[in-house]
Design a protein around this ligand. Structure first.
Ligand code: SF4
Ligand code: SF4
Length: 455
């Protein structure tokens, strides 16, 4: 009976871990309510430490003592992970927080005219320590975002510890988020030097060509020029070359912060992505629509920068960039992109909206060595691969037919291969002869003298 129990109870260790994490969260909520702490630095450190300890402890308590292998038992029976009441509550809370971040930072304690208060005020201590000045809502966001990738990254590594690919790529996203996206820009800011997230390239970094950014980079001496050149080289050279060799996974699953959060904090929700043909259709319309929007907006922005004219044929470049910033930069990538994890799965933004994923995907589909090879004869049609594909790809459909999976949307996370009980799927960066090689691998060679023909 206990094996089929769809409502397993939490162990005492898991309950204690939850209490520790909840205490950390409670301290942040108290700070947000406006109650001033006597030693704010101590309470901030305590809350972040408790949050991290509670999460990691819970993960260890959950997976300790179990044999190696993916443990997704009960995800469809859990009210948090099956779009149940807790899933909806979490979705609404995260969405609400994003709305406050983008549109009402004053309610989080941002005070442009004086010292910040509330939640942002507590994080100011860390901001002073790191960059020598008060932070704002984006500093709070960056800190919590990075912390989430780190602590859920540890959980992910522990859960998938039998799989070397998952361990290495998770360490990679943790490193890029902590060092390149968070620490380096803050430290450069402290030194009054121009800074940017070195891995965040256009069109994901949609304001790279905005006049204020170009002015900042081009007028900030050699370092600014270097950063401008770096951005161009990333777009024109590094990205196409790496995508040719490794597919879009080098970025979407190894480097990008959006992918990093989806893979770590979003892991419990990966099975919620829709696998229907209708969803695939919507995905293509939306993601390429956003890409076209990004290209047109950037063209207008550069036109305005070069000529000083605001409009072409009555289309105002400032209005277009405002629309893009609001609808795509804030609503789609932030509010929907993360807030809807518990409802639509962990890669809503990567699958339906990211223009960077759209470009890399086109290249992956038509000019890349990357593909997932399938050994169809071994497939038992269990459907694990399709269920846990966060990009909504029906991997089983390919596996049953022994076809390679070459899809623009595949982010190369490798989970389909990791959850396959028969070792059917392999992520490969083969040369052009890969089809021939995989055919040879599937072929059983028998010596002629071992064959007997009964007539
Ligand atoms: S097909 Fe496999 S590797 Fe690609 S996104 Fe889906 S689960 Fe990840
Ligand atoms: S997980 Fe493996 S065995 Fe199951 S359907 Fe997918 S390819 Fe086939």
């Amino acid at each position: 009976m206990s094996f089929s129990n769809p409502h397993p109870r939490l162990t005492w260790s898991q309950r204690l871990a939850s209490a520790v994490g909840a205490t950390g969260l409670l301290i942040l909520v108290v700070a947000w309510s406006g109650i001033e702490f006597a030693h704010a630095g101590f309470w901030l450190a305590a809350s972040l430490l408790l949050l991290a300890t509670g999460t990691v402890w819970f993960a260890f308590a959950t997976y300790r003592g179990h044999p190696a292998g993916i443990k997704n038992n009960g995800v469809w029976f859990n009210l948090l992970t099956n779009r149940g009441i807790w899933g909806w509550c979490l979705g609404i809370i995260i969405t609400g927080l994003y709305i406050l971040l983008y549109f009402y930072p004053g309610l989080l304690g941002l005070r442009p005219e004086g010292p910040n208060t509330g939640l942002i005020g507590v994080f100011d201590l860390l901001s002073f320590w790191l960059k020598g000045k008060p932070g704002g809502q984006w500093f709070v966001y960056g800190t919590l975002y990075t912390l989430a990738i780190l602590i859920f990254g540890v959980k992910f590594i522990w859960k998938y510890r039998h799989n070397r690919y998952q361990i290495i790529r998770t360490i990679s996203v943790m490193f890029f988020q902590l060092c390149l996206a968070f620490l380096l820009p803050e430290l450069m800011d402290r030194l009054n030097q121009p800074s940017m997230d070195l891995k965040n390239m256009w069109p994901l970094n949609y304001y790279f060509f905005f006049d204020w950014n170009l002015d900042k980079l081009l007028k900030d001496g050699n370092l600014g020029l270097f950063l401008f050149g770096w951005g161009l080289v990333m777009i024109l050279v590094v990205s196409p070359v790496l995508t040719y060799f490794f597919g879009k996974r080098w970025y979407c699953s190894w480097v990008c912060g959006c992918g990093g959060l989806a893979e770590t904090a979003g892991d419990p929700f990966r099975h919620l992505s829709s696998k229907t043909l209708q969803a695939w259709k919507i995905e293509r319309w939306l993601i390429y629509g956003v890409l076209v929007f990004a290209v047109i907006m950037t063209f207008l922005v550069i036109y305005t920068y070069m000529t000083g004219r605001d409009s072409i044929l009555f289309i105002n470049s400032y209005v277009i960039r405002e629309w893009y910033g609001f609808f795509i930069g804030a609503i789609f990538s932030g509010v929907v992109g993360v807030g809807f994890y518990p409802i639509l799965g962990s890669r809503v933004w990567c699958r339906f909206g990211c223009p960077m994923a759209a470009i890399l995907g086109l290249q992956q589909k038509f000019f890349s060595r990357f593909r997932i090879t399938t050994n169809g004869g071994q497939c038992i049609s269990c459907g694990n691969c399709s269920t846990y594909c966060e990009m909504g790809i029906d991997v089983r459909w390919y596996a049953q037919r022994g076809q390679n999976v070459v899809r623009a949307s595949c982010v190369g996370c490798g989970i389909c291969a990791a959850v396959c009980p028969r070792g059917v799927l392999r992520l490969e960066n083969g040369k052009v002869d890969i089809n021939q090689r995989t055919d040879e691998l599937r072929t059983i060679h028998v010596r002629l003298e071992d064959v007997t023909v009964n007539r």
